[in-house]
Design a protein around this ligand. Structure first.
Ligand code: CA
Length: 435
């Protein structure tokens, strides 16, 4: 791989590749954007074939055709990207080995989205795709939705008591996961899934709401998936350099202005701040869960267990039960669970109460102010704390597709994190509770 020539810059590629570009089918423009704007990095420790495979996989899941996607032939891709044909062939082999069925058809390669670890079932009714949606991202029109307002299936959680906190000894001391104590809660109804891209699009369509990421003009994107011109990269936090501030990243453009959410209607909406989640709740006559409600619902009736399904991370056959990170964080994700970033909200299996993916996929905002000493100060927490002055940090729960044991083991029922209420990022969303 060291002998391969350097990848052309986006500008150079655009100027000198008309014949190669024509090899890409019109519907593959999104793929071309993925591949020509910094996704492939010859200086990265991640093998090029693996970077390419991730790009192709992302493209498959972004494609508006949910059935099949015809990718350019190996030769065209190799010429377009300035890499060797064996590297391209290796990427296709990687995809074939990870349940993305691939086969040759004519001069292209046919790829079908994997059925492993995902379901495209929608919560309620049929959801048509409209390419001319007013929000411009191929989303559901208001007229096509079966019910106005919030339509996510509800899980009913009975009144009861449970042990909140870390009973397994895995907790992070600074997060305040202990001491474990009993909490009593009245019955409540909570969303079976996080709010999806389609759900949020309906809210925006009905209200004209602009998220804080849109207002501020940027949001945080994980470095391996950025789809933006270099001029739109506005820096990275020193403590977490895998996050990039990307101008133009928002819920419609999760990886940056050169990305979109086509084909991701059933993925969780991301790049929404706590304030944005509150705005959605106001429109939907809902509220965010308290963190006690969130944890009670996430446990699904299994007391003092590490995960919603029990204590073991994998099934007995070694299958993943949630969407987190496999490999070496933050540079090499082997994607054994099927997903580099977000998965559809109904992926894997629901817990005993019918909630999907409380663990992994995306962090979920809760109503509470984050206080690492809260469990020490209070024996019981039965409701959200009063609204404080801004910008007190707010609780995040459940972990995300970036969690990995070597760095962040917060993909557990009791794990706690937080962020400012005006912050947004590509791995945080929310679910709501009935008022
Ligand atoms: Ca994953």
């Amino acid at each position: 791989m060291n002998g391969e020539k350097a990848l052309k810059s986006p500008a150079a590629s655009a100027q000198g590749s008309s014949s190669a570009s024509s090899a890409l089918r019109p519907e593959n423009r999104s793929l071309e954007r993925l591949l020509t704007h910094g996704l492939l990095d010859h200086n990265s420790p991640i093998p090029l074939y693996y970077q390419l495979a991730n790009a192709l996989q992302r493209f498959v899941h972004m494609n508006p055709d949910p059935g099949e996607t015809l990718l350019p032939p190996e030769t065209s891709l190799a010429e377009r990207l300035g890499i060797s044909r064996p590297t391209v062939r290796q990427a296709f082999r990687w995809l074939a080995g990870h349940d993305l069925a691939t086969r040759r058809r004519g001069r292209g390669t046919l790829i079908q989205p994997s059925a492993t670890c995902c379901s495209t079932d929608l919560p309620i009714g049929d959801r048509d795709i409209h390419g001319d949606s007013p929000v411009g991202v191929g989303l559901l029109s208001a007229a096509a939705r079966p019910v106005a307002g919030h339509v996510i299936e509800q899980a009913r959680v009975s009144a009861g008591r449970f042990a909140i906190g870390d009973s397994s000894g895995d907790g992070n001391r600074a997060d305040g996961e202990g001491p474990v104590h009993e909490v009593e809660l009245p019955a409540f109804e909570i969303d079976a899934t996080t709010v999806t891209v389609a759900d949020f699009a309906h809210f925006v369509e009905a209200t004209g709401y602009r998220t804080e990421a849109e207002t501020f003009g940027f949001s945080a994107v994980f470095h391996l998936v950025v789809a933006a011109d270099p001029a739109d990269l506005i820096g990275r936090p020193s403590g977490t350099p895998w996050w990039l501030g990307v101008r133009g990243a928002d819920w419609r453009h999760p990886e940056g202005p050169l990305s979109d959410v086509v084909g991701r209607n059933d993925h969780p909406v991301v790049h929404v701040s706590w304030h944005d989640a509150q705005a959605y709740c106001t429109w939907a006559s809902r509220r965010l869960p308290s963190e006690a409600e969130w944890e009670y619902a996430a446990r699904g009736g299994l007391d003092r267990r590490r995960y919603p399904w029990g204590d073991e991370l994998l099934t007995t056959s070694g299958r993943w039960r949630c969407n987190i990170w496999q490999g070496s964080f933050p540079t090499a994700n082997t994607v054994e669970d099927g997903w580099l970033t977000t998965a559809p909200v109904r992926s894997y299996e629901p817990n005993g109460y019918g909630l999907w993916q409380t663990i992994g996929n995306v962090w979920e905002w809760c109503d509470d102010i984050f206080d690492p000493l809260a469990y020490q100060r209070s024996g019981q927490r039965t409701a959200a704390t009063p609204t404080p002055p801004r910008p007190s940090p707010r609780v995040l729960r459940g972990g995300s597709y970036l969690c990995q044991n070597s760095y962040c083991n917060r993909y557990r029922n009791s794990a706690r994190s937080s962020n400012r209420p005006d912050s947004s990022m590509g791995n945080a969303g929310f679910r709501t509770v009935a008022r």
